[in-house]
Design a binder for this molecule. Sequence first.
Ligand SMILES: *Cc1c(COP(=O)(O)O)cnc(C)c1O
Length: 407
Amino acid sequence: MKTSSIAMFEALALDAFDLPEGVTYLDGNSLGPLPKAARARVDSMLKEEWGKLLIGGWNAGGADGEGWMDQPLIQGDRIGHLIGAPKGTTLVGETLSIRLYQALAAALSLRPDRKVVLTDSGNFPSDLYMAQALLETLGQGHELVIVEPEEVADRIGDDVAVLMLTHVDYRSGRMHDMAALTKAAHDIGALTVWDLAHSAGAVVVDLAGCEADFAVGCTYKYLNGGPGAPAFIHAREDHCETARPVLAGWLGHAAPFAFEQAYRPGPGISRFRVGTPPIVQMAALETALDVFDGVEMADIRARSIALSQGFVERVLDKTDLQLASDPDPQKRGSQISLHHAEGYAVMQALIARGVVGDFRAPDILRFGFAPLYNSRADVLSAADELAEIVASEAWNRPEFLTRKAVT
Ligand SMILES: *Cc1c(COP(=O)(O)O)cnc(C)c1O
């Protein structure tokens, strides 16, 4: 990485996000921090756009007056740029669970003769639940086959309609080889649905280079769009023209304001629109995407590896904690997971000292690294705090052992 990029990260780390004094935030893989510019932008959206333009905002709102209605496509292209998707193939809106359902249903509609959806046991439960519910609703004898992550490649066979995987495992950080698995799926005539929840804004993704069919992801993790920020969906250019969008909402219609009685899918990716987009939330997301302007994902990735390696080397040097992530940084996302039988209490003790990570059942301490706001000094002192808590058993106190609703 060039020195200029390193200097730029230091500047971003100082400038772009509003983090409480004394907090080292290693949980951007769950909810990214508040971009400093978000408050003014949301405020002006409320005052100048909603407040003054009222219904006219749909045509004339937005930071540049381009209208609220096109925001899902405009922001979709900005996210597309970060995940290697060509312009006009990515769209923002709805939640990730809904986008996953929609992408899987669209992919299945392109392979009506096959009945297997292949996924792995590391996938996020919501993705598995949505897939199970979809297959049940279809009632055509589809089967969700769940194998271990390392067995996926071997199970890809000609009964598979869709390979549905989360690129970076939320628990361990394990990262699949998207190019190789997509190619293996295509070789036997299957389609792919990639969930990029823990990839977008964190690792280099090249959807076009992989010829990936569909991808979905959220914008509130490494993209820092805020709690409740909308998801995104990408469909390969040829699928944009042919796939059934399945959730046939009025905004995906070819002519929403003709108010026709029958559904006709709109052009390109716009057919995957469903309902009215969350414009206030998208004003915040816009400022989060601004932070990525002019930053190369390859530089973010290089710096993320340096941060996570620095952290993990220090932790393994000072403790006997077991790594739940792959020791090879190329095989994991921007995340380090460690086992500890009392992981919940350890994390609570760490949070009490200003180091924020999270806990995932049954015994995982999870730390996300975001070069846009984490510095090397901070992650090293976070490692020191963790080592001290483990060695002293400072976690062994009633206030740390009692579980809250959201872990
Ligand atoms: C975070 C996450 C989700 C959450 O879905 P929402 O609909 O946004 O609540 C789904 N899938 C994966 C893989 C995730 O990491």
